[in-house]
Ligand binder design. Structure first.
Ligand code: NAP
Length: 314
């Protein structure tokens, strides 16, 4: 017999776990399927200093363990596994887990997140979390009065460069072409910040650093100039990769309305998607703020929206 549930939560970052806490307290007895990376993107960071309630910061993985424990203590049924297929065309919705088990769900909360894109060069792998980051708001503080680089030419890269320029000595903005894709207003802003140096037509060929045991650190980067066909080494203490994100929405293509970048569209001010009874929370529907606190908040909203939806169906 197929299992039936009032609320199925797919994904386990701050949004999913918070949805689990609220849905449990609303007596929806939610099942939460954790996915490939339990805890989500925060499990790949070190200290999180901007989440209210942790005055001295908290390691990202520990914070996610706390979220998980709280959701479980409230009654969420948290399970390892991957949702491998969904059918949102019939009610209750049909979700297949790990290819074989099926769960019928009256409501679904999607919180599958988004993954930052990386440069995909070998040396980058060595220093992830030790000087290479994809989040200036999270990690910029550690580079106060230091030299850093930001890679990318979109709004995110320029915004991160402007943010970092307020606290860092110098910010190198590395872009692979000779013009930015970011909005003109953002570009105007960047051109006027004196401690930002733009390096055009260049890519990072190699991240330079020390990697003795646990004491890894970035010390610089080797840039390749595509026009001059030459390399140069520049000393930096940190590198911020801001070349875009990929939302984890492939399961929902053709079933939910997605925007042109693949993020789930929600009705502004709510977590409602194009299918009644399906809600989206966290980075999977947010290409703008992408913070743990905003993801958690939208997880709460999704659980409340699901509860109200179920009440309206009775
Ligand atoms: P994006 O617009 O897709 O820009 C990605 C940038 O990274 C591009 O300049 C691209 O270069 C570069 N890039 C991609 N792959 C690369 C690689 N392997 N190596 C080197 N460079 C690479 O992404 P985004 O900046 O994250 O922005 C996403 C969306 O959110 C956009 O619509 C943006 O407008 C929006 N956004 C808005 C705000 C705001 O309004 N405040 C803030 C942030 C983001 P090319 O240009 O050569 O392709």
């Amino acid at each position: 017999m197929k299992e039936k549930v009032k609320c199925l939560i797919i994904g386990s970052g701050p949004a999913g776990y918070t949805a689990g806490i609220y849905a449990s307290r609303a007596n929806l007895s939610p099942i939460l399927i954790e996915g490939m990376m339990p805890g989500g993107q925060l499990t790949m960071t070190t200290t999180v200093e901007n989440f209210p309630g942790y005055p001295f910061g908290k390691q990202g993985p520990e914070m996610m363990t706390d979220f998980r424990m709280q959701a479980e203590r409230m009654g969420a049924d948290i399970r390892m596994g991957m949702v491998t297929a969904v059918d949102l065309s019939i009610r209750p919705f049909v979700c297949t887990i790990d290819e074989d088990k099926q769960v019928l769900a009256d409501t679904i909360i999607i919180s599958t997140g988004a993954l930052a894109k990386w440069l995909e060069i070998e040396s980058e792998q060595d220093f992830k979390g030790y000087g290479i980051s994809t989040c200036a708001t999270c990690d910029g503080f550690f580079y106060k009065n230091k030299n850093v680089a930001v890679v990318g030419g979109g709004d995110s890269a320029l915004e991160e460069a402007a943010y970092l320029a307020q606290m860092c000595k110098k910010v190198y903005l590395i872009h692979r072409r000779d013009e930015f894709r970011a909005s003109k207003a953002m570009q105007q802003r960047i051109f006027q910040i004196p401690n930002i140096e733009i390096i055009w037509n260049s890519t990072i060929q190699e991240v330079l650093g020390e990697k003795e045991g646990m004491m890894k650190k970035v010390t610089g980067m080797r840039l390749y100039d595509k026009l001059k066909k030459s390399t140069q080494d520049i000393e930096v203490d940190g590198i911020f990769v801001a070349i875009g994100h990929t939302p984890a929405t492939s399961l929902f293509e053709g079933q939910l309305e997605l925007d042109e970048q693949g993020y789930i569209k929600t009705i502004p001010g709510t977590t409602k998607t194009s299918v009644p009874g399906v809600f989206a929370a966290g980075d999977v529907q947010d290409s703008n703020y992408r913070q743990a606190i905003t993801a958690a908040a939208s997880g709460c909203m999704a659980a409340l929206d699901a509860e109200r939806f179920l009440n309206s169906q009775e």
